[in-house]
Write a protein that binds this ligand. Sequence first.
Ligand SMILES: *Cc1c(COP(=O)(O)O)cnc(C)c1O
Length: 374
Amino acid sequence: MKRTVNFNAGPATLPLPALERARDEFLDFAGSGMSVMEHSHRGKEYEAVHNEAIALVRELLGVPESYEVLLLQGGATALFALIPMNFLEKGKTARYVVTGAWGQKALGEAKLVAGMSGAETAAWNLGVGEGKDKSYTRVPAPSEVKVEAGDAYLHITSNETIHGVAFNVDPSRAFPATGAVPLVADMSSDFLWRPFDVTKFGMVYAGAQKNIGPSGVVVAVVSKELLERGRKDIPKIFQFRTHAENRSLYNTPPTFGVYMVRNVLSWLKGQGGLAGMEKINRKKAARLYGVIDGNAKFFRSPVERESRSVMNVVFRLPAPELEERFIAEAKNQGMIGLKGHRSVGGVRASIYNAVSYEWVEKLAAFMEAFARAK
Ligand SMILES: *Cc1c(COP(=O)(O)O)cnc(C)c1O
């Protein structure tokens, strides 16, 4: 079987060994005579998988005891609503740094919740231009973002999947000093591609389908202190506390999705963990941005250099017709998923952990040949 060279933004390609493991264990999990997805979520077979997935997040990221790792459902989009529902109290302000489409969506949900609960939102919207045509090209400098003591939290999107805009240096330096105000980050498209200090955050969360598994699972890491503060007057199922108290087994979790996350993280550990992964990821991104900058008459990155994403490399060609031809010819050569998001157009190569350097090299060589031929 020939693997398609897949640059999809999400659901995205998964590491082949994680898929092969699933294939091998599919019909008969751990000698039980049934598939893992046929097991009770209260049984010892599934529970071992569940605990291992959580333990792997803890181990890879170095999560201390003062933080909980949660496995949730509803996608990162559900958390756009659940975060203000839990942490935005009456009379308080939640602040949002909007560096792309996902941050915009998160802010929209927070505004609705604030309206219900008599709270406020405030935002730094770094989009350039108006309304629908707003384009996002950078993250803020630390000095641009100010929080006030007593704010509910500050929300950022560490990597904007559609616009290719990211906070690139060590998060503890990149993110504004927030003091006692918890920093909350949507890390859906850049969770676990490099080490970072989770203790600088009140909460980070990520939909699995970009970098760590299939859709249907959201991984969140939340400080116990923040969990304590969460509201208790919302339905139990929506309280993060409930899931923490029940080790994410309050109701039936997406068992097969969690199993796949386990397989992916176990593979990741074998790649030298996050430090090993970061080296490869930086090399991949440098190769593609190198082609873009080295052919500046032909390719153009719309993102300011310091804010360029290592996960989603967004670029333009001189004309939309050329972009269409580029994407079509790449497809003929077995490379898919390069079309930019429908809201922004252009070209986007998503090069998450599971995308090998060889795949990136194939794309880079194709880009160089395409530019030369035009
Ligand atoms: C994909 C994505 C989301 C939405 O994820 P869903 O699982 O579809 O809800 C949110 N934030 C970011 C940064 C994303 O990349």
